[in-house]
Design a protein around this ligand. Structure first.
Ligand code: A3P
Length: 308
């Protein structure tokens, strides 16, 4: 199934036809969740793969065997992707770990009444858009990235594949009061204190771990370990699908990389759209974490912004 140039549309949202079909989307919308399921939810580039790694490690009590022998898309498949149905049919694993990028207004009805545990992962949207831009350059199943200014406009205008980041985060996080089985955790939480984040997640999953097991989860979910693990760094995917000469899936793994990309004008424009679209939302974001790296030279920002 190549379909690299095909898009599937659902309720106005475009998704890559390489991994989605109308049947697979309908399968997701009508999915009979089991109370024992764990569902990882995110907008792309928010730390999905990282959460898949952490959840697998927690359920394995810190033992990395599964993480090192089974690709992430098999041990935590995306519900809406076409290979998910047969995978789940063949699986007898409990709890099942399932992933989705679908917004709440599409998946909420299927989840209604279910006690499945939902982990919503978010990331500050400036880093999301930069990470997504670089991913578009290597992922041949996504449309051309274009220039960064064009891409940023598409992100802010809600016209990228996977739909609106704004609707996604508002839709899911507005459920935190109503859905007691929903944990919202951010990429920045995981970056600033992975140990604490893993303890929070394991407690939410009702899978308490010994300190040594937590430490093993911390170690095996580090950026460097994941970057070197072919079960999670997407190097198993052929160059036809993801051109590895154009970038790496495990790219930088930092917070604040947007500063290397945004011009002052773009930042102001972003802030104004953000303010208007998020006015009904009280979430706070960590936009950067101070580290020892120097502020990038202005010329570098200039070049990225004109690069076609
Ligand atoms: P960058 O492109 O900014 O490096 P997703 O899995 O939702 O597609 O998100 C991918 C982003 O998560 C990439 O961000 C990737 O590097 C980052 N990431 C994955 N594993 C990570 C880890 N262990 N630590 C920090 N960042 C990680």
């Amino acid at each position: 199934m190549a379909r690299l140039d095909v898009a599937e549309m659902i309720c106005g949202i475009m998704l890559p036809g390489h991994i989605h079909t109308q049947e697979s989307l309908q399968f997701a919308l009508k999915f009979p969740f089991q109370d024992t399921d764990t569902l990882i939810v995110s907008y792309p580039k928010s730390g999905t793969t990282w959460m898949q790694e952490i959840v697998t490690l927690i359920y394995s009590r810190g033992d990395p065997h599964l993480n090192k022998t089974v690709p992430n898309w098999v041990r935590a498949p995306w519900l809406e992707q076409y290979y998910c149905a047969p995978l789940l049919e063949d699986s007898s694993t409990t709890p099942r770990v399932i992933t989705t990028h679908l917004p709440h207004h599409l998946l909420g009805p299927a989840l209604q009444g279910s006690k499945a545990k939902v982990i919503y992962v978010s990331r500050n949207p400036k880093d999301v858009v930069v990470s997504f831009y670089h991913f578009h350059k290597m992922a041949n199943f996504l449309p051309e990235a274009g220039t960064f200014p064009e891409f940023l406009n598409r992100f802010l205008g809600d016209t990228l594949h996977y739909g609106s980041w704004f609707d996604h985060i508002k839709g899911w996080t507005s459920q935190t009061a109503a859905m007691e089985n929903l944990l919202h955790i951010t990429y920045e939480d995981m970056l600033l204190d992975r140990h604490g984040a893993i303890k929070r997640i394991s407690s939410f999953l009702q899978c308490p771990l010994l300190e040594e097991e937590v430490n093993n989860c911390v170690q095996h979910s580090s950026f460097s370990n994941m970057k070197n693990n072919k079960m999670v760094n997407y190097t198993l995917v052929t160059d036809e699908i993801m051109d590895h000469s154009k970038g790496s899936f495990m790219r930088k793994g930092k917070t604040g990389d947007w500063k290397n990309m945004f011009t002052e004008e773009q930042n102001q424009y972003f802030e104004s759209v953000f303010k208007s679209k998020m006015q009904d939302c009280t979430l706070e974001f960590v936009w950067e974490v101070q580290d020892k790296e120097e502020t990038p030279a202005k010329e570098h920002i200039q070049q990225e912004n004109t690069d076609v």
